[in-house]
Design a protein. Structure first.
Length: 382
C-alpha cells in the first residue's frame, strides 16, 4: 500500500511539473537578441584573406543560396568595426528566402533582390526597390528618395526643425545633418548585436539635448530609456501561430508628441511618431488623431474595445498577424489590455500593398461578406 502511494505521489508530481511548464509556455518570454555563431560570419580582422580583400560594398551585396556574400565590389582597406559589409548588405539576400543560417548564426533578411517567399514581421524592401515608392520606406542603399513626398508624411519638425534630416527621410546618406546615422540607422540608431538589454529590435532614440554629435552615452539605456519594449519572436515571424509571434508594447495613457513620449511610453507607436507625429496625439484641426470618437485619423496607442463590433476579435486566443495588436504588458497579454498601434495596419519596412499596408485597402468593401484586413477588428461591418 505504501509503495502504491509513493507511485501515485510520483505520478502526481510529474503531472504538476508538466502542467506548470504548459502554463509558463502559454505566456511569451523575452528571447535572446544577441548574435551567436562564428565571428567571421560578420567580421574580418584585417580585411585580407589569401591576398584578397574580404569586405564587400556597393549596390547588389547580399547572401546567395550557398551562404556566400556576393555582389557589389570588394572594399579595400580597414573597415569600420571590422564588418564585412554594411547593414543593408548583411540583411540582403539574392534568393527568395528571408532567414539565412550560417554556422550558428541566423540572419533576418529585410531586403530580397527577388520577390520573397515569406516576408518577416517587419515586411520587406523588395517592392519599394522595384521603383514603387508607395510600398516601403525609402532607405539609402536600397532605393532613391521618394518621388511623391519631400519629407516623412505627418512630419512635425519639432525641436529638430526642417534643417535636420534625421526625421525627414531615410534615403539621405550619412552626413553631419543626420549625425552620420542615415539609411538603416535612421531608425536603428544604436545596434546591440552583442547585448541582451531589452531594447526591442534595436529601436532606441538618441536621448535628450544631443547637441552636435551622438556620444556613446546615448547608447546607455539606463540614462536614456527612450527605447521600445516588447517580446521578440525567435524567427522574426517566419513561422507564426496564435502564440508564436511578436508581442509589442502599447499603452492606454494619452500622450502628445512632446519629445519625451518614447521615454515615457516605450511603445512602438511612440517610436513611429518621432517622424510621423501628426498621425498620433490628441491635437485638433489638421493635426493629430483627435481624442475621442469621431476620430479625425485612425487612432493608435489606444485600447481595442472588447464590446460591440470589436468583440469577435480576441487576440489572446485568436491572434491575427494580418492585424496584430500591442499590449500594455507584452509578457502577460490580456484582452482588456489589447492596443491598436501603427503596425496593426502597416509593415515597418515595406509590403506588396500601397502605403505599406498589410492588405489591399481597395478590397475592404462594406456588406460584401469579406473577412480579414479591416474586418479583423471591425467584425460587424463586413
Amino acid at each position: 500500500m505504501t509503495r502504491r502511494a509513493n507511485v501515485l505521489t510520483d505520478v502526481f508530481c510529474v503531472l504538476i511539473v508538466i502542467l506548470s511548464l504548459m502554463f509558463l509556455m502559454s505566456f511569451p518570454t523575452s528571447l535572446s537578441a544577441k548574435v551567436t555563431g562564428i565571428c567571421s560570419n560578420c567580421h574580418t580582422m584585417h580585411n585580407s584573406q589569401n591576398g584578397d580583400d574580404v569586405a564587400r560594398t556597393g549596390t547588389g551585396v547580399g547572401w546567395d543560396g550557398s551562404g556566400q556574400l556576393t555582389g557589389g565590389s570588394t572594399a579595400g582597406g580597414a573597415q569600420m568595426t571590422t564588418l564585412i559589409t554594411s547593414c543593408v548588405g548583411c540583411h540582403t539576400s539574392t534568393t527568395n528566402q528571408t532567414v539565412v543560417n550560417l554556422g550558428g548564426s541566423s540572419i533576418p533578411i529585410v531586403y530580397n533582390t527577388v520577390q520573397p517567399v515569406q516576408p518577416l514581421a517587419g515586411g520587406n524592401f523588395y517592392w519599394v526597390a522595384q521603383g514603387d515608392d508607395t510600398k516601403g520606406h525609402n532607405v539609402y542603399g536600397i532605393s532613391a528618395a521618394d518621388s511623391n513626398l519631400g519629407e516623412a508624411p505627418g512630419f512635425t519638425g519639432g525641436a529638430c526643425g526642417s534643417g535636420s534630416r534625421c526625421h525627414v527621410s531615410l534615403a539621405q546618406p550619412p552626413s553631419p545633418s543626420n549625425f552620420n546615422r542615415g539609411s538603416c540607422q535612421g531608425c536603428h540608431v544604436f545596434t546591440y548585436h552583442h547585448e541582451d538589454n531589452g531594447v526591442y529590435r534595436f529601436l532606441k532614440g538618441h536621448g535628450a539635448s544631443i547637441g552636435s554629435s551622438l556620444s556613446n552615452a546615448r547608447r546607455n539605456i539606463t540614462t536614456y530609456p527612450d527605447y521600445v519594449l516588447g517580446v521578440e519572436d525567435s524567427d522574426w515571424e517566419k513561422t507564426t501561430s496564435a502564440v508564436d509571434h511578436n508581442y509589442y508594447k502599447g499603452t492606454t495613457t494619452a500622450y502628445t508628441n512632446d519629445g519625451d513620449e518614447l521615454t515615457n511610453q516605450q511603445t512602438l507607436t511612440s517610436f513611429c511618431s518621432g517622424c510621423h507625429g501628426d498621425f498620433h496625439g490628441p491635437q485638433s484641426g489638421n493635426d493629430g488623431m483627435g481624442s475621442a470618437s469621431p476620430w479625425i485619423r485612425h487612432p493608435t496607442d489606444i485600447a481595442l474595445p472588447a464590446t460591440g463590433e470589436y468583440s469577435s476579435y480576441n487576440p489572446v486566443t485568436a491572434y491575427s498577424t494580418e492585424a496584430p495588436v500591442a499590449w500594455v504588458n507584452p509578457s502577460t497579454p490580456d484582452r482588456a489590455e489589447a492596443i491598436v498601434m501603427c503596425l496593426s495596419c502597416h509593415k515597418a519596412h515595406g509590403s506588396d500593398q500601397s502605403d505599406m499596408l498589410r492588405w489591399d485597402y481597395t478590397d475592404m468593401i462594406v456588406a460584401s461578406g469579406n473577412s480579414g484586413g479591416c474586418f479583423t477588428c471591425h467584425t460587424d461591418k463586413n
